[in-house]
Write a protein that binds this ligand. Structure first.
Ligand SMILES: Cc1ncc(COP(=O)(O)O)c(C=O)c1O
Length: 189
């Protein structure tokens, strides 16, 4: 299932030999290297490695000041972690229709925006990009944030830009089923 080559073997050996694989007290250089490399690769300002894509989504929402009483638009077709991250932040997921792209319908998003809406989470499902041009336009018009759930599309692109680097924040996953697997997920930007 996984393609693991010499480069990965050497990286694991290097990390073990360094005895610095925890990201505390400024140790764990490989972690920092990865964050810097990921930022450079996807074109995001910051990258923070976390325990999971779920944690990345929830942290991004909390960092944007989203909490109790706020509504966040999520697509009807996604993995449950998208909506759970909204609940984890204390906010209310507003389940919104998808269209033939299998991703959020911009028309349905517009219809579901209320005075409580604070963010939209487009999910780039199975590597299929959401209509980011339309979603960013709607978000700007209403002054709300966009948190991209790029957990199923590590390395995917939309009009020449990496998915997960277009909105205010993006979450990626490197779990066992994902395009890149490592055991950790990352929140970028
Ligand atoms: C669309 C989507 N969002 C979020 C997640 C959560 O990622 P993780 O399993 O790394 O927490 C997943 C994982 O399957 C996912 O498919």
């Amino acid at each position: 299932m996984f393609r693991i080559g010499k480069e990965e073997e050497l990286a694991v050996a290097r990390t073990l030999q360094s005895r610095q694989f925890f990201k505390i007290n400024d140790a764990g250089r490989e972690v920092y290297h990865f964050e810097e490399e990921w930022s450079r690769t996807v074109g995001s300002q910051y990258t923070l490695l976390m325990t999971s894509g779920y944690a990345a989504l929830e942290s991004a929402l909390v960092a944007l000041g989203i909490g109790p009483g706020d509504e966040v638009i999520v697509p009807a077709y996604t993995y449950i972690a998208t909506a759970l991250a909204v609940v984890g932040a204390g906010a209310i997921p507003v389940i919104t229709d998808i269209d033939e792209t299998m991703t959020l319908s911009p028309e349905a998003v517009e219809k579901n925006i209320s005075g409580h809406t604070k963010a939209i989470i487009p999910v780039h499902i199975m590597g299929l990009p959401s209509n980011m041009d339309a979603i960013m336009r709607i978000a700007k018009k209403h002054g709300i944030a966009v948190v991209e759930d790029a957990c199923q599309s590590d390395g995917g692109m939309y009009h020449g830009r990496y998915l997960g680097s277009i909105g205010d924040a993006g979450a990626f996953s490197f779990n066992i089923f994902k395009v890149i697997t490592s055991g950790e997920s990352t929140s970028a930007r």
